[in-house]
Design a protein around this ligand. Sequence first.
Ligand code: SER
Length: 584
Amino acid sequence: MQSHEIRQRFLDFFAKRGHAILPSASLVPENDPSVLFNTAGMQPLVPYLMGQKHPLGNRLASCQKCVRTGDLDDIGDNRHFSFFEMLGNWSLGDYFKEEAIKWSYEFLTDKEHGLGLDPARLAVTIFKGDENAPYDQESKDIWLSLGIPEHRIYALPAGDNWWSPGDNGPCGPCSEMFYDMTGEFVGKEISHNDFLQLIEQEKFIEIWNDVFMEYEKREGKVIGKLAQKNVDTGAGLERLAAVMQGKHTAYNTDLFKDIFEYIKDNSKDAFDVIPARIIADHVRTATLMISDGVIPGNKDQGYVLRRLIRRALVQANKIQSGYSILMGLQSTFVSRYEKIYNNLKQNPVHQYEIFIKEIEKFQNTLHNGLKEFEKGIDPFILATTYGFPIELTEELAKERGINIDRVDFDKKMSEHQKLSQSASAGMFKGGLANTNEKTVQLHTAHHLLLSALQQVLGPEVKQRGSNITEERLRIDFVFDRKMTDEEKSEVEKIVNEKIQAKLPVVRKEMKREDAEQIGAQMEFGAKYPDTVSVYMIGGEDAHAFSKEFCGGPHVQNTSELGTFKIQKEEASSAGIRRIKAVLQ
Ligand code: SER
């Protein structure tokens, strides 16, 4: 049975039993700052589980998009996915254990309207009891009444059979269903310990969880019962697809089959299954995040998205597939999921551009960053100059058995951020008005302009002042006559060529003498410390097209700048000219 049929059968089954079918909520929770993404089908329903009236009634079902990024390191194995779809049905103070368990069983085993799984291959768990709630005899009796033999019902402690979305909110004991993937245990008794081992070995796979949410947690502690008894069930579509298609992992089901063929075709000899799985997983998640309005960035959801895309790119590099396959995969996922999740249909070009832009941004620095990495790992330089998220550097280091000093990194980063902020407050060279995107772009253009002026008018051109607003940049420089129109267009041409050449903007910390040695430009009359920060554009050290003592901030790549245009060239004072220029 294909995944779309599983999804549809589930929703039809519960619609028939009086449930309103909810469209999936966005991956980004509304009004819930406690999590970055919805991690379970119940998350958007928390207020209703706590007692608020739901406009569509007290029986609900959905197929909810979920993201869990807590264990990104595990992705590549059989079971972990950063994105997954969760099928779920809910009772908001309506039916309780009896119906919930019966319907779960019926949907799993019914041949005509459900999945038609063999009941003899099922095993279930119930809550063993602790100081918060008693042994769940009621659930056990219901399972027995359905024909599950006693020796296939395992009582487990809260660590396994108590579910809550976090430290605060609705929670309760649960009963989970497992499926024998091998079929070799039909009719056999399995001891408690053996059963736990078989789960570890992935011979029994968890396929569904029925949570009986009648308790409330606050600050990690169960504080008592809720006013109503709720049911929250969840079944991962990926798992069910694997079970239904007799595969050990969802990567081998219809959800990913063509994706892998595509990756294989594009990586030829270098194909390797783990990187391919990571690429497939991450591009899928990124595609769906973008469709829900997430944009790559430096914090919160945007940072997770950025990490996923950059991580995928590093893996693509490993299997020599070229970064364009990521674009191909993005389009494939869009056409697959747009039938189910409407957002993918809105502004598809815009979504594609967001994805590509992030890839191109990193692609331009990835190669040099990896070279830098091989020379010796400086996580700070990798982050600030090459755009390597620290977690990525940590992973790459781990592969080589090297530890990263995270405390040191965090310290340097916060100092760096302070430096950028002071730069933006106008305390450093450039007098940046603020760090919004436009001024940062103009700041980089300012560096290109100075070098272009020196190239056209001669090396004696020196900067004597500068000022940047959101609209334009201004540079004052030593030169004793008006520039000709030809000189101005030559300067414009050079700057625009450097923009079109997509040059990485590289920051380096060096000794002041070394920086002077390579000819880095400095502010006239300024005092510099022994270790300075130098920004280079197009080439390294003495060969760089532009090199300046500077605290930043800058764009990562000149391709981010647009088109450069000189608006005005005039006298500023005796022997000093002034140019105002814009990026269009
Ligand atoms: N909330 C439970 C889970 O995520 C059941 O849906 O497993």
